[in-house]
Design a protein around this ligand. Structure first.
Ligand SMILES: Nc1ncnc2c1ncn2[C@@H]1O[C@H](COP(=O)(O)OP(=O)(O)OP(=O)(O)O)[C@@H](O)[C@H]1O
Length: 277
């Protein structure tokens, strides 16, 4: 269930952001704000620049113009690449779950989860293993999974392991790139519940890119719609569903959009009748 009272304290502030690849303009003056404690989703058609925006927020790509502040730090002002102390300090305050997991095939699951701790802390191996095991448990994986290799896991387990790694350094901010893509509905539902639990337990701010309408209706506090290089609208799914903007309407009026909306309404009805009955 989306949180009804997210804080207004901004964790990410994006202003007048523009990005091009050659003469292909991907972002043309994007303004966005992500507030502390909210689950914020970015949606848009294929090629609308969602992944590029995510990459810009985590210092993997530099926009042409505009500014991005993450956790109070102006990313454009950071200098010196990854070796820079301020960059490292910032990187360890966020966790990223990449679309395809991004796990190293030659390392066990536990070694993968412990990797950020090895890179960013001076902790000894025994303690790193202990923390990695705790993170795996947090994401609902059995202890023996730690000794397995990514190729031995199901898609849902790989997502969980990737999430465990993203949580290794107890981040304040979590980026999820298509967290349920490629999963069967049951596994997708489990990831959905897990993300919800993480936010409830740790007050994480979560930014996700997703095409998953169930996830959007169930989880997102606010959603930004990208199209034609611009943010076409920002709001809760219910608010967006009311907006009279062709790019947003296209999203909601498609068959999948209508089906998901119907499902959400049914759930709301069940919830309401449960409360009053
Ligand atoms: N490194 C790059 N070099 C050249 N063009 C790129 C590069 N990265 C992205 N693009 C282009 O920028 C546009 C936006 O890509 P991006 O991956 O951000 O879109 P997206 O909204 O995430 O799409 P999808 O939903 O299909 O993943 C696309 O046209 C893509 O081809």
């Amino acid at each position: 269930m989306p949180s009804p009272t997210p804080s207004t304290d901004a964790v990410i502030e994006i202003s007048k952001l523009s990005t091009s690849f050659g003469d292909h303009v991907v972002h043309s003056g994007i303004d966005l704000e992500v507030r502390r404690g909210e689950i914020f989703a970015v949606i848009g058609g294929s090629g609308s620049g969602k992944s590029t925006l995510l990459r810009e927020m985590i210092l993997l790509h530099r926009p042409d113009t505009g500014s991005i502040r993450v956790l109070g730090v102006d990313l454009q002002a950071l200098d010196g690449g990854d070796a820079n102390g301020e960059t490292l300090a910032l990187r360890r305050r966020w966790g990223v779950m990449f679309q395809h997991g991004g796990l190293f095939g030659s390392l066990t699951v536990q070694e993968n989860v412990g990797l950020p701790l090895r890179e960013h802390t001076g902790l000894d191996d025994a303690l790193i293993d202990e923390i990695a095991a705790a993170k795996l448990a947090m994401t609902g994986l059995e202890p023996q999974v730690g000794a397995q290799y990514p190729a031995e896991l199901s898609g849902g387990m790989r997502k969980r392991a990737s999430l465990a790694r993203a949580l290794a350094l107890d981040p304040e901010l979590l980026f999820l790139d298509e967290p349920t893509a490629g999963l069967d509905p049951e596994s997708a539902g489990e990831v959905d519940q897990l993300v919800h639990k993480l936010r409830e337990l740790f007050g994480l701010t979560i930014v996700m890119i997703t095409h998953d309408l169930d996830l959007l209706w169930q989880l997102a506090d606010r959603v930004a719609v990208l199209a034609e290089g611009k943010v076409q609208g920002v709001g809760s799914m219910s608010e967006l569903a009311q907006m009279d903007n062709p790019a947003i309407r296209k999203f909601f009026d498609g068959p999948r959009g209508r089906a998901a909306h119907e499902q959400d309404k049914q759930q709301a009805d069940v919830h309401t009748s449960g409360q009053t009955g």
